[in-house]
Design a protein around this ligand. Structure first.
Ligand SMILES: *[C@@H]1O[C@H](CO)[C@@H](O)[C@H](O)[C@H]1NC(C)=O
Ligand SMILES: *[C@@H]1O[C@H](CO)[C@@H](O)[C@H](O)[C@H]1NC(C)=O
Ligand SMILES: *[C@@H]1O[C@H](CO)[C@@H](O)[C@H](O)[C@H]1NC(C)=O
Ligand SMILES: *[C@@H]1O[C@H](CO)[C@@H](O)[C@H](O)[C@H]1NC(C)=O
Length: 339
C-alpha cells in the first residue's frame, strides 16, 4: 500500500515537473536557467507593467447601452486623444466584426468579462485571397463600421482597394498601437504589429499563422487553441517576423496550448514558423511555463519558414541567442504531454 502510494506520488511529480532540458534538440531547443533569465515579461514590454484591470473601470463600454461595435469605441477613444490610458469594456456577446487599431499615442486597454474570456468572442472569417471589394462588403456592410475620417479608416481603406487583401487585412484584430492591452477576451486570428503589447487571461483561436507580426508582445495566462473547423488537421500557431536586430518578439508565459479534435488526432500543430517577410526578418519567440497538450507534430514542432527556409535550432552550449544564422525559437520549463 505504502509502496503504491509512493509510486503514485512519483508519477504525479514527474508529470508536473518539466522534462524540458537544456540545450534541447536540433528540432526543439530549450533554454538553460541562466539563458531564460534574460527573457522577462518586462523586457518584452519594454519596461511597461500593465496594472490590474478594475472591473468598474470603463471609459467606453461596448454592448447594451454603450457603443454597438468595438471599432466605434476604439475610434472614440483615439479621437479623444491624450496620453492617459483609456479602458474599453466589452460586454458579453459575439462580435462578428473586425477591430483595427491604428498607431496612436493613446494607450488603450480592451477587456471583456473578468474571469470569463469565452463570453466576449470576437470572430469573423476572411481569407487572405479575397478581393478588397468582396472583403469590404463583408466587413463593412452599408459602411456601418468604417467611415472616412475615422482613425481606422486608412487601415480599412488600404485593404478595400486591393486586388487581393493579403494576410494583415484578413486578421480579425489588427493591432498597430504600442502599449496596447487585451484581457479577458476570445479573439480569432489577431495580428500584432505594435511594440509592447500585452494579452492576458484570454483565448486566442485560429489555424494558420494565427498570431503573427513584428511586435514585441506578451501572451500571459492565455489559452491558445488551434481550430479545425475550416476544416483542417494541421495548424501553425505563431508566425513572428521580428527584425533580426530586435531581441524580443513574442513571449507566451503560463499559457495553455491545445487543439480541436481533428488536429489533435493528427498531432498536427506546429508551434511556430518564421515569417520571412523580408531578408531582415528572423522571428523571435519564447514559450515558457506553459502547458502543452499532446497536439504537437513531434517531428517538426517548428515548421519551415514561410520562405521555405528549414528550421535551424541552435543547440551549441555557448550559443549566442541572437545569432541570425539560426531560428530564435525557444522553450523553457513547459509541461504537459506535448512538452
Ligand atoms: C443595409 O441596408 C439595407 C437597405 O437599407 C438593409 O436592408 C440591410 O439590412 C442593411 N444591412 C446591414 C448589415 O446593416
Ligand atoms: C490551462 O489548463 C489547465 C488545465 O486544464 C487549467 O487548470 C488552467 O486554468 C488553464 N489555464 C488557462 C490560462 O486557462
Ligand atoms: C514585418 O511585417 C511588417 C508588416 O508588414 C513590416 O512593416 C515589417 O517591415 C516586417 N519586418 C521585417 C523584419 O520584415
Ligand atoms: C542580442 O541582441 C540585443 C539587441 O540587439 C543586444 O542587446 C544583446 O547584447 C545581444 N546579445 C547577444 C548575446 O549577442
Amino acid at each position: 500500500m505504502f509502496f503504491q502510494l509512493l509510486v503514485i506520488i512519483h508519477l504525479l511529480l514527474t508529470t508536473l515537473a518539466s522534462h524540458q532540458t537544456y540545450p534541447g534538440t536540433n528540432t526543439r531547443p530549450i533554454l538553460s536557467d541562466t539563458e531564460a533569465v534574460q527573457y522577462t515579461k518586462a523586457k518584452y514590454l519594454q519596461g511597461w507593467a500593465p496594472s490590474d484591470i478594475a472591473t468598474n473601470k470603463a471609459d467606453y463600454t461596448v454592448g447594451s447601452g454603450g457603443y454597438t461595435n468595438i471599432q466605434a469605441a476604439v475610434n472614440a477613444a483615439i479621437k479623444a486623444g491624450g496620453t492617459t490610458r483609456k479602458y474599453i469594456k466589452i460586454l458579453p456577446g459575439k462580435y462578428a466584426q473586425l477591430v483595427f487599431i491604428p498607431q496612436t499615442t493613446v494607450p488603450l486597454t480592451l477587456y471583456g468579462s473578468v474571469g470569463h474570456p469565452a463570453l466576449v468572442h470576437i470572430i469573423l472569417s476572411q481569407g487572405a485571397k479575397m478581393s478588397g471589394a468582396e472583403w469590404s462588403k463583408q466587413v463593412n456592410p452599408n459602411g456601418s463600421f468604417y467611415r472616412e475620417g475615422d482613425p481606422a479608416w486608412p487601415m480599412y481603406h488600404d485593404c478595400a482597394i486591393r486586388a487581393t487583401i493579403g494576410t494583415f487585412c484578413s486578421s480579425v484584430v489588427w493591432a498597430q498601437n504600442d502599449n496596447l492591452e487585451f484581457a479577458y477576451v476570445t479573439i480569432e486570428n489577431p495580428s500584432i504589429v505594435g511594440q509592447a503589447v500585452a494579452v492576458s487571461k484570454s483565448t486566442i483561436k485560429g489555424d494558420v499563422d494565427f498570431i503573427f507580426g513584428p511586435a514585441s508582445a506578451v501572451f500571459e495566462n492565455t489559452n491558445i487553441i488551434a481550430r479545425a473547423d475550416r476544416p483542417r488537421n494541421t495548424a501553425v500557431i505563431f508566425a513572428p517576423n521580428t527584425t533580426n536586430t530586435q531581441k524580443f518578439g513574442f513571449l507566451l508565459i503560463r499559457g495553455n496550448i491545445t487543439a480541436e479534435t481533428a488536429i489533435k488526432n493528427n498531432r498536427g500543430v506546429h508551434l511556430v514558423r518564421a515569417w520571412d517577410s523580408t531578408p531582415s526578418a528572423n522571428g523571435q519567440i519564447l514559450i515558457r511555463d506553459s502547458i502543452i497538450d499532446a497536439v504537437i507534430n513531434v517531428n517538426a514542432p517548428y515548421d519551415k519558414a514561410t520562405s521555405g527556409r528549414s528550421f535551424s535550432g541552435n543547440i551549441n552550449k555557448n550559443r549566442n541567442l541572437n545569432d541570425s544564422k539560426y531560428n530564435r525559437f525557444w522553450e523553457y520549463a513547459n509541461i504537459g504531454s506535448g512538452a
